[in-house]
Design a protein around this ligand. Structure first.
Ligand SMILES: [Zn+2]
Length: 386
């Protein structure tokens, strides 16, 4: 898997990211190797790596001895060159992660949320951020920014504005202003499924893929699209809201008013309902406590709906693979994926099922890791401010 740069001057910022990501994927590379892998000219690579070294984001190693000419100097990511914060808000749970430039977690906090009221959640987050200013695990001064992710859709009234799988009351909250004013850090807000796709692309099961769809099984269901080496999040940041595609006409009534939406079969909420988990038992841990017979009450209806959704996704995007993850416990996800075979025929049928469908590797941290990657991915802004 290689990333291609371009030598046009106006694409300089894009090229910085390509160089950084190529080094991240390969560990250690010489300038000549970077040029070969990115199709950039040696001069362009030399200029970019000099800037990245000056910013403290790349570090050089012992020169490699070769027969002729200048010895080649391998470069790698300098993990402690910078860090960033990722925040994931879902029903009942707030996850905050601080990662270094290589994606290693430096701090991780998980807080149970008694309500999804924006004021209460923002106040919890601010309290935690004030505490982190004094952390000895990382240098607050090296923070590039905060990525905040939550379930979509954003600014859409109608199909998904009701029910227990969406967060309410956030339409009028300006998260950027709330945090930027108090902490003087840039903030990026995104859809959690899109961020989770980024998390898997950078650190998980999709590091070698240039096109994939990430199915994010949380309280509700969303999808993140990573196509041709880029995140695609739609014209209003609402791409991948696939929980409400109809997979069974006259199927189960959905909170949106339609019948037979995919989310009524494939989501944690659907699993809780089908397995009879209510109140405090309606949690991912509650599902883990069930035996196979009880779990099958849900899987028997989730499998045909999921197979149909996979057929639609494959025919629509012709992506290399579908990666499945989210807040769903890994042991249960593995059972679900094992039962998906045989998949329906599609444009991807030539591949074995285990390559068409992959289990995510970053587990429930995919979304917060992806959130933390947002400020790092937007490296151009940080460097261009110098
Ligand atoms: Zn629906």
């Amino acid at each position: 898997m290689t990333l291609s740069g371009t030598n046009l001057e106006h694409a300089k910022l894009h090229n910085r990211r390509v160089v950084l990501e190529t080094v991240r994927l390969h560990g250690k590379l010489t300038r000549a190797e970077i040029a070969r892998l990115t199709h950039l000219t040696p001069q362009t690579v030399s200029n970019i790596t000099r800037e990245l070294e000056k910013a403290g984001w790349l570090k050089s190693h012992q020169p490699l001895r070769s027969g002729r000419g200048q010895p080649a100097i391998p470069l790698s990511i300098a993990p402690d060159g910078a860090c960033s914060i990722g925040i994931h808000v879902d029903q009942g749970l707030l996850t905050l992660i601080v990662v270094d430039l290589a994606g290693h977690p430096l701090e991780r906090h998980e807080i149970t949320l008694p309500s999804s009221q924006p004021e209460q959640i923002l106040s919890q987050v601010k309290k935690l951020l004030h505490k982190l200013r004094h952390s000895t695990e990382f240098d607050w001064e090296k923070l590039l920014g905060i990525g905040w992710v939550m379930p979509g859709p954003f600014d859409v009234e109608g199909i998904t504005s009701e029910g227990p799988t969406t967060l309410h009351g956030w339409e009028k909250v300006n998260i950027n202003n709330e945090l930027e004013d108090e902490f003087h850090l840039p903030v990026w807000v995104a859809n959690d499924a899109t961020a989770a796709a980024l998390g898997e692309r950078l650190y998980g099961a999709a590091t070698q893929l240039h096109s994939f769809v990430y199915l994010c099984i949380n309280q509700g269901l969303g999808a993140g699209l990573y196509l041709n080496g880029q995140i695609y999040d739609g014209c209003s940041h609402n791409s991948g809201e696939i929980g409400h595609i109809i997979v069974q006409s006259d199927g189960r009534l959905c909170f949106c008013g339609n019948h037979g939406c995919l989310e009524r079969y494939l989501s944690l909420q659907a699993a809780y309902e089908m397995c009879g988990l209510t109140g405090e038992k309606a949690t991912p841990e509650g599902l883990l406590a069930l035996d196979d017979e009880q779990l099958n009450l849900w899987l028997d209806s989730a499998i045909p709906a999921t197979r149909q959704a996979i057929n639609i996704i494959e025919c629509l995007f012709d992506a290399q693979s579908i990666v499945i993850g989210g807040m769903i416990p890994e042991a249960i996800l593995t059972k679900l994926v094992q039962r998906l075979s045989p998949l329906h025929r599609s444009v991807r049928s030539k591949l074995p099922d285990e390559l068409r469908i992959r289990v995510g590797k970053t587990g429930r941290d995919a979304a917060p890791l992806g959130a933390a990657a947002l400020p790092i991915m937007l490296i151009e802004r940080a460097l261009s401010q110098e």
